[in-house]
Design a protein around this ligand. Structure first.
Ligand code: KG4
Ligand code: ZN
Length: 429
């Protein structure tokens, strides 16, 4: 009998990932091979190197995922793969492998939008958590505990609502997908077993994660910059530098002006409420100006090789602290405080305007501690339900791809054999 096993494959940027998920609800394995060390010396993802590394990693990563799940290819019901958005050459590696495997094994192939995958990272973990609660008969006590645990993945934020308002999957959710490539707000609605997405807001230029990475590079921190800024921000004064986000002019919205960078290319901005549009290139320039005005360039340059030698946070946070003067820590803290504040302001305004009681925050930047703390506090204040993926599922992985594929599998929505990479693939209308 079919177990509903889907092998997910993800290769859209700098992680080669494979995972086996049962019925979109139980992760049997999730393997991620990161290319961070390859790209760190360049301070950013080098597309050609990414493709080469994916080629190297794809076979061993899939083998490991199958072995960890303790299944063979015969047990699979379908193969799912990210078809976009992302780097063309990187996407092609995963797509080509998935197509070949599906063809050789006579399995259906399912194409998944990477952004939809990030949303399903949260939904998958919610289902897993509920299954554990039901199996262990702990549904009641666990729900109460969720409200108390500050580091829990999903938090019931309404004191007056014991039934976890918004936990049901049949209710719409506002999803903030905030990563290195995207800062998009979607209204996600379940319909007839699948999900419908409406684009509500997005960045006009850089993604939030991109701003983190660029500011970190400018300050001579390691790559990717998000985890470094996250680790160091706690030691600075978040109010030392008063960054402000300029009001996005209504005329930009009304004229449907073309987005300025690739990151924002996935959907037109006409018809979106300007209050839900983001822009992160301004704060990046403001940090650059601040660095120049305060003669911090040289100090930042000198930090680069020493930070590179450190490895990745959080283990090396104490060493990194020794390399950053207080003025730099204050700048880092102020930058993060401003970015998180702007993400919060627009996300909660959108939730209120759309009447959404559930908020999902997902993507690499959702791993950020200040973001989680402040979003959770604000949701609690407003009586809204909020969920984040665990840290492992915040950044790119393939479990989210296999989970997003499950409703499509049930609906028989399979990809044609001509499936190709779509670097600018949009989600929703
Ligand atoms: O989702 P992801 O792995 O890949 C994309 O789809 O882009 O996100 C990667 C991004 C990078 O920009 C990285 O700097 C950022 O997520 N990131 C963080 C944190 N961890 C990763 N940003 C802020 N705080 C973090 N803890
Ligand atoms: Zn991603």
């Amino acid at each position: 009998m079919s177990r509903g096993l889907i092998l997910g494959i993800e290769s859209s940027c700098d992680e080669t990932a494979a995972a086996v998920v049962e019925r979109g609800a139980r992760t049997l394995s999730s393997v991620v091979a990161s290319q961070i060390s390859t790209h760190a010396t360049y301070g950013g993802v080098v597309p050609e190197l990414a493709s080469r590394e994916h080629l190297r990693a794809i076979v061993p990563v899939v083998r490991e995922a199958m072995a960890e799940a303790q299944i063979t290819f015969d047990d699979l019901d379908a193969v799912a793969v990210t078809s976009g958005p992302g780097l063309a050459g990187a996407l092609l590696v995963g797509i080509t492998y998935a197509k070949a495997l599906a063809f050789a094994r006579g399995l259906p192939l399912i194409a998944v939008n990477h952004l939809e995958g990030h949303i399903h990272a949260v939904l998958l973990e919610e289902r897993q958590k509920r299954a554990v609660e039901v199996r262990s008969g702990l549904a009641g006590p666990l729900r109460q505990a969720q409200g108390r645990l500050s580091n829990s993945v999903a938090i019931a934020t309404s004191a007056r609502d014991d039934s976890l308002r918004g936990q049901g999957e049949d209710e719409p959710a506002l999803a903030l997908v905030v990563s290195g490539g995207h800062t998009h707000l979607y209204l996600a609605r379940p319909r007839d077993g699948t999900w419908m997405y409406t684009l509500v807001g997005r960045t006009l230029d850089d993604a939030a994660g991109e701003a983190y990475d660029k500011v970190a590079k400018l300050l001579g921190l390691g790559y990717p910059g998000g985890p470094w800024i996250d680790a160091l921000a706690a030691f600075g004064d978040p109010h030392a530098v008063p960054f402000s986000f300029a009001q996005i002019k209504p005329k930009v919205h009304l004229h449907g002006k073309a987005p300025r960078t690739k990151a924002a290319k996935t959907a037109p901005i006409a018809n979106l409420d300007p209050h839900f549009l983001f822009s992160f290139s301004g704060i990046k320039t403001a940090v650059l100006r601040y660095v120049e005005l305060h003669h911090m360039r040289e100090e930042a340059q000198a930090r680069i090789p020493r930070m590179l030698a450190l490895g990745r946070p959080p283990k090396t946070r104490e060493d990194a602290l020794g390399l950053c003067p207080q003025a730099t820590l204050d700048l880092i803290a102020s930058f993060q405080h401003a970015v998180v504040g702007d993400l919060m302001k627009k996300t909660f305004a959108a939730a209120e305007s759309l009447g959404a009681a559930r908020i999902l925050v997902t993507g690499g930047v959702a791993a950020n501690r200040e973001l989680r703390t402040r979003f959770t506090a604000e949701a609690r204040e407003r009586g809204l339900w909020i969920a984040f993926p665990t840290l492992a599922l915040s950044t790119d992985n393939a479990a989210m791809i296999a989970a997003a594929a499950w409703p499509r599998f049930l609906a028989g929505e399979f990809a044609a054999s001509a499936l190709s990479a779509d670097p600018s693939l949009a989600l929703g209308g």
